[in-house]
Write a protein that binds this ligand. Structure first.
Ligand code: NIG
Ligand code: FE
Length: 388
């Protein structure tokens, strides 16, 4: 692949203060970026000082940001829950049990239908600047359907997560322990070859602390690293459990105690906030400021799924984080890029510094602030992944 010079960048966000002009986000005005022959960033700096390259592209004064790292999504499913959303907007509460209606539709769908839906959603994400995505299973909940979801997701990303413990499926309501045995036994065996991560929905109406611990421990014995859904619908033990087992991330974090915050700030576990869920379920937002002020690493992700939040848009999540959770635009962008990379324990994406993959989004705007200032406007004009 020829080397490429992207010049004429009005404002470049590197995500790294060492590559910037003073801000914590790493910002360079009137900048350029060079991609090497392997699709990695070779150089970033002021325009005019860039080394020569085989080809040159002009950004026309636009802002360039790292491609978004969406570290939490559920894209393998069938069916639609628009009427559940409509009922919620009329006052009904969101409940974990809604997952079961998507499970029924997903089990009934052909491989081709699941693949077509997944490809459509991935294309939506890409158009909006997402260049790395994590995809969970969790709408199959049989050995066959969980393994097929993960095998499909694996064709599109290395960041696949086994979420057999999403909810207890209808056929096990009278035997939840039997379901945990299946998840930690035969289902894990079939799914582990297709997954990097193991996840559990630790919440009232889903799985309690003991079951969640069993799932994470069994996953870890099969080489899967832990991530957890927790404290979404109310306080609970999930955040402490995630920190204790060294999970890469604990996601939702809407209801946190002082002890949860302490555990997060003294652990390597990232708190991933999913404000699209609070928007789409009309729920109180997590207290991002309290987490940031306690020194916790915060990521932002879409949680794209047919129930609690059917958006693929990281710019929308950034706008919500700024408007509703009082993150600064710089914090929100960092969390949606470098923060997402931290939640996936990746150092090769999420920033634009020498040596990382040249994943970037060109915004038709002079500054990343416009991601929140111009909500709902498709500002991403082009997206490069590995320099292409
Ligand atoms: O992350 N919290 C659990 N799972 C999804 C919701 C899934 C659904 O309602 O279908 C979430 O919000
Ligand atoms: Fe989720």
């Amino acid at each position: 692949m020829p080397t490429t010079l992207l010049d004429g960048i009005g404002l470049l966000v590197t995500g790294s203060p060492e590559h910037g002009e003073g801000s914590a986000l790493g910002e360079i005005a009137r900048a350029a970026l060079v991609v090497d022959g392997d699709g990695l960033v070779a150089w970033v700096g002021p325009s005019g000082r860039a080394p020569a390259a085989d080809t040159q592209v002009d950004a026309g004064g636009r802002c360039v940001v790292p491609g978004f790292v969406d570290s939490h999504s559920h894209l393998v499913f069938a069916g639609d829950r628009a009427s559940e959303f409509e009922a919620r907007m009329a006052g009904r509460r969101y409940e974990a049990g809604g997952i079961r209606s998507t499970v029924a539709a997903t089990r009934a769908a052909s491989d081709e239908e699941l693949a077509a839906n997944l490809v459509r959603l991935l294309a939506e994400m890409r158009r909006q600047g997402t260049t790395t995505v994590e995809i969970k299973s969790g709408y199959g909940l049989t050995v066959h359907d969980e393994a097929r979801a993960l095998a499909l997701a694996r064709q599109y990303t290395d960041e696949t997560t086994f979420l057999g413990a999403h909810v207890v499926p209808a056929e096990f309501v009278d035997d939840p322990d039997g379901y945990v045995d299946l998840v930690t036994g035969e289902m894990l065996e079939a799914c582990a070859p297709h997954a990097r991560w193991v996840d559990v929905f630790c919440e009232k109406g889903a799985f309690g602390a003991a079951a969640a611990r069993a799932v994470l421990t069994a996953g870890s014995a099969k080489g899967l690293q832990a991530r957890v859904h927790a404290n979404q619908l109310g306080p609970g033990p999930g955040v402490l459990l995630a920190c204790e087992v060294g999970a890469a991330s604990v996601d939702h974090c809407t209801y946190l105690s002082a002890a949860d915050i302490d555990a997060l700030s003294s652990s390597g576990t990232v708190a991933t906030l999913l404000p699209g869920v609070e928007f789409s379920t009309r729920s109180p937002y997590p207290d991002a400021r309290r987490l940031i002020e306690a020194g916790v690493t915060v990521a932002l992700a879409s949680d794209c799924n047919p129930g609690s939040c059917f958006t693929t848009s990281m710019p929308f999540c950034i706008a919500l984080a700024v408007r509703e959770m009082r993150m600064t635009p710089a914090e929100a962008l960092w969390s949606a890029t470098a923060g997402g990379a931290a939640a996936l324990r990746r150092t090769d994406v999420g920033r634009l510094v020498p040596g990382v993959r040249a994943d970037l989004a060109v915004l038709d705007a002079p500054s990343y602030i416009h991601l929140a200032y111009r909500p709902g406007v498709p500002l991403v004009t082009s997206v490069w992944r590995a320099g292409r």
